[in-house]
Structure formats: C-alpha cells, structure tokens
Write a protein that binds this ligand. Structure first.
Ligand SMILES: [Fe+2]
Length: 253
C-alpha cells in the first residue's frame, strides 16, 4: 500500500515528536504493508515556503537514513498538507508544495465557519494555478456532512478526495464514518490514507483498520484507493476520469 497522507516527519508539526517516534511509525507502517509513505507536514498557504521546504527536506533525509539503518524497507516521499483559506488568493507558490513534485496538491480547510461557496472558490483558484487539488479527509468537515451534493458537484469538476482510514474503521465519529463509507462505496473517493500523527493518536496500523472497514466495498475500488491511484500521483500521471455513483445520505440505524 501507499500512504499519501502522513505526519511522519519529526518535530515539524503536530505529528511525530521525535526521530525515534518517526522511525517507529515507519516500522508500524511497514508491518502493515505500507511500502511507500508521503510525508505531508501541515503548511499554511502563505507561510514561509523556503524555510518550510528546507526543514521538511532536511528531516526527510535524516529519516531516510535512519530507516535504512534500521532495515525498514519503506520509500519516503515529500509532500505537504496545505491549509487553504483566503490567503490562497495571494499565494503563487503552491506548485512547490505538491506531492513528489507532481501536479497533485493535498489540501485541508478550516473545520469552523466555512461555507461551501468559499471552498468552491478556493478549489477553483487551485485549478487555475494548474494544480489538481486532493481534498484531505472530506468526511471530517461539517459542510460536507451537511451537504453530500457538494461532494458530487466538486467531483464532477475533477476535485479528488482522500478518506482517512480511521474514519472507515469507525475510529472517528458516526458522521465521519457515514460520509466516508458512502464515498468509498460509490467510488467517488480516489484515495484512502492514514493521516498518521503518532503511535498514540491516529497511528498507521492500516492492515488492522482494514479489518474494521465495512466489508462490502468493491475490492477493485479498494485496490484503486490504496495502491493504484496513489501510484498515479507519485508518478505524476493523469488520473483516469473516475466513474462513480452520486452519493446520498443513508441511514444505518
Ligand atoms: Fe493531516
């Protein structure tokens, strides 16, 4: 498997807090069959990008060396999880933050006070820079939980979505699970990743989580979300137009 979203680098954000913890996360990922990990530390769209990239790349080299020393056979790649707000309209550097220097950018939004209209404008702005947005954990946002149709609409415009494995494993709330499940089941999500922060908080024990997933998601779709699509991103190939059914609110109880 390929983990497209992780906070595995030490001492750069709220993820791994030491090199030791970062190595242990790589090891845990490896025994959970994660062979490639993209390190995606948090970045604010208007922050000091040069400084961020230097810090990220330094830590990445250190972690690569350390995993090799410990015989952990995991390939590490560079990326970022870019926090997008109104600052995006003043930013012209987003291309430098893409996953493995591809055209794909992992983005997140504020959990509070945002309307779908804002999100829509942000996504348009990103497309206009020649970058393809991958929305991290859409299932965690209230504005999507309350408006499944917005997800349908964004998907029709080519926005890509990454679900957190923990949501599908019911480690988060009910609303998160329901939206994530519907998106996975109907094929509207393109990726599943761990968003791993630490061994204690949202770890990357994905093989364990897969056992907790609803078992009626099409295996072919699962393979796309966990292996094939993330590899397309790493190789900077074009994502084939996804075929999905419109999502709608269902009730499970
Ligand atoms: Fe994240």
């Amino acid at each position: 498997m390929i983990d497209l979203h992780s906070h595995i680098l030490p001492e750069i954000d709220d993820g791994a807090q030491s090199l030791n913890e970062a190595v242990r996360l790589c090891a845990l990922g490896r025994i959970n069959h994660i062979k490639k990990i993209v390190a995606t530390p948090h970045f604010n769209a208007i922050g000091d990008i040069d400084n961020f990239l230097k810090q990220r790349d330094d830590r990445l080299s250190v972690l690569r060396r350390e995993t090799e020393k410990n015989n952990i056979n995991t390939k590490l790649y560079a990326g970022a999880e870019v926090f997008v707000d109104d600052d995006i309209f003043y930013s012209n550097n987003l291309k430098r933050l893409t996953i493995n220097n591809s055209k794909y950018l992992l983005v997140e939004f504020s959990f509070y006070g945002l309307k779908i209209k804002h999100v829509s404008d942000y996504l348009n702005e990103i497309f206009s820079m020649g970058v393809v947005p991958i929305v991290a954990h859409p299932e965690r946002y209230e504005f999507f939980q309350n408006d499944y149709d917005a997800v349908n609409e964004f998907a029709s415009r080519g926005v890509l979505f990454q679900l957190n494995a923990g949501s599908l494993a019911s480690r988060d709330g009910r609303e998160e699970f329901e939206l994530a499940y519907e998106m996975a089941y109907k094929g509207i999500a393109s990726f599943i990743a761990t968003d791993a922060h630490s061994l204690a908080h949202r770890p990357n024990d994905i093989a364990e989580m897969l056992r907790q997933f609803p078992q009626d998601i099409n295996p072919e779709l699962m393979n796309k979300m966990l292996v094939i699509n993330p590899q397309i991103v790493l190789s900077d190939d074009d994502m084939p137009r996804i075929r999905y059914r419109r999502i709608e609110k269902r009730r499970f109880y």
